[in-house]
Design a protein around this ligand. Structure first.
Ligand code: ADP
Length: 490
């Protein structure tokens, strides 16, 4: 009520002043009472008009955008304007803060790797982050307030949304046809729904790969195990002659070797996947690798093929020696195993123009149909399953090669044509090459042979009586063998 007294007082004072002026003016014309009343009334009226004008000024400010300050009048209207403006500014400040909080909140949801979509009580899109927009193929602006089921028509999703049982997520192919989505719905507010989506394509692929892998390993192990069990039964049930016993033991040995090779290759792969990349400061002379590969090739071929080894480039390679040997050995081993007796195998090492190192194995074997080439490095992928198994193959060799090459930053290139043979090239980056200080000065070795040093050429067509067994045995003697056997080819 503090505002009322000054206003009454002002009215009273104005009335008195007006009455006094009226009296002064009305007295000479002998109408003092009327003049006092008119003067007092006029004064109060003028005061009321001024007061109303100040109220109108405040009203005009309130009707406007209120960006400028409220009218700074004294008294009642001034205080009213000041208090209104203060409360308005406080609310504006609060609204700005809330807006900023909302934006931060939306930014956080936007940053989520999962899709978040809000539906109103009519099932219309209220808001969605860009991940959800990508998952469902939506446009966050254009599709606002559209019914989600009109835009996402995957039957599993529509049934799930309408089923009102959201205990478990639903999975369905994403509308773009690129992968698989997992979607979970949660109710909130009054009839509103939060739709959470996740791209599970990779997870499903990894799961499928793991399932396939376990199935493949089981399949690979089951056959030798069955054969072994059969032999054990035979030995237990029958009286065998010494010759028969030796034969059975030999066959049993082949089967255990096959399983050992498989386990060894699996361990090699697991090691390659689980260990850090090979250090770039461990240097292996290429010549040393080539010597080892050559020795292995001769032992495996046992004179059944024409072997040509050409080495050009006295360098050292930065990497893991056992891994590089394993990769090179696998390629050479494959060439020996798949090339028929009397065929030719060229093993080469050279430096390419950019300084990268290339290890190549060319054979005159059966070659490989074009459609198989992209899949050769998949685990357990075989073009000729029986030939692979007969010769002690596990189907993991090229997979190991690919891993090794990738870990060294290189590439595996396969060129092959049925009937014409195959060329496998392993290219290691220039950054992993450096001159070999121990190499003989240029000119000594290269004399008379151009850029190439033909380190050795052996040819033989002498047939071996049993090729499968020695090859299988060699397969078992891989570089990462748990038993610590010397390098072999897997
Ligand atoms: P495997 O142990 O069966 O040899 P790899 O991963 O080393 O497994 O090779 C995959 C498949 O690629 C082999 O099963 C074989 O069919 C084919 N292959 C590999 N190298 C050669 C080659 N030099 N000539 C013909 N086929 C080959």
């Amino acid at each position: 009520m503090t505002w009322l007294l000054p206003r009454l007082l002002a009215g009273f004072v104005a009335m008195l002043a007006g009455g006094f002026v009226g009296y002064l003016l009305g007295n000479p014309v002998h109408a003092p009472v009327v003049s006092v009343l008119i003067g007092g009334g006029l004064a109060v009226g003028v005061l009321a008009v001024f007061d109303t004008l100040r109220g109108v000024r405040l009203m005009t400010w309130l009707r406007g955008s209120q960006d400028d300050d409220a009218p700074r009048d004294a008294g009642f209207w001034g205080e009213l304007g000041y208090r209104m403006e203060r409360s308005l500014r406080a609310r504006e400040h609060q609204a700005v803060q809330q807006q900023a909080r909302l934006e931060r909140f939306l930014e956080a949801i936007e940053a989520s790797p999962n899709g978040v979509l809000m539906l109103d009580d009519k099932g219309q899109i209220d808001w969605c982050n860009s991940v959800a927009a990508t998952h469902f193929g939506l446009d966050p602006q254009r599709d606002r307030l559209q019914r989600i089921t009109n835009l996402v028509r995957a039957p599993a999703f529509v049934a799930y949304l309408q089923g009102n049982d959201y205990a478990q997520p639903v999975q369905f192919p994403d509308p773009r046809g690129l992968g698989l989505l997992s979607v979970l719905v949660r109710d909130y507010g009054e009839g509103m729904k939060l739709v959470l989506s996740q791209d599970i394509t990779e997870r499903e692929r990894a799961d499928a790969m793991r399932r396939d892998f376990v199935a493949n390993v089981s399949h690979e192990i089951r056959t030798p195990l069955t054969v072994l069990a059969g032999f054990i039964e035979t030995m237990a049930a029958l009286q065998l002659t010494e010759v028969e016993r030796k034969r059975v033991l030999l066959l049993m040995n082949q089967q255990t070797t096959r399983m050992q090779t498989l386990v060894s290759d699996l361990l090699t792969l697991a090691n390659l996947e689980g260990s850090p990349r090979p250090a770039a400061d461990r240097w292996v002379p290429a010549a040393k690798l080539l010597r080892q590969v050559e020795a292995d090739a001769r032992m495996l071929s046992a004179g059944r093929h024409v072997l040509a080894i050409v080495s050009d480039g006295d360098v050292q390679i930065a990497g893991a020696e056992t891994e590089l040997l394993s990769a090179m050995g696998n390629l050479v081993g494959n060439a020996v195993r798949y090339t028929p007796d009397g065929g030719r195998i060229d093993i080469g090492w050279r430096l390419l123009n950019g300084g990268a190192g290339e290890f190549s194995v060319r054979d005159t074997g059966p070659g490989i149909e074009r459609e198989h080439l992209p899949r050769l490095t998949e685990r357990f992928y075989r073009v000729d399953g029986s030939r692979s198994r007969e010769t002690g193959g596990t189907g993991l060799g090229l997979s190991i090669v690919k891993h090794v090459v990738q870990r060294h930053g290189g590439e595996l290139d396969i060129q092959s044509e049925p009937g014409k043979g195959s060329t496998f090239r392993l290219v290691l980056p220039a950054a992993r090459m450096r001159p070999d200080p121990a190499a003989a000065p240029a000119g000594t070795q290269r004399e008379g042979s151009g850029a190439e040093v033909r380190s050795s050429i052996t040819s033989s067509t002498a047939p071996t009586s049993s090729s499968a067994a020695p090859l299988a045995n060699q397969k078992a003697a891989g570089p990462e063998r748990a038993e610590g056997q010397p390098l072999g080819l897997s």
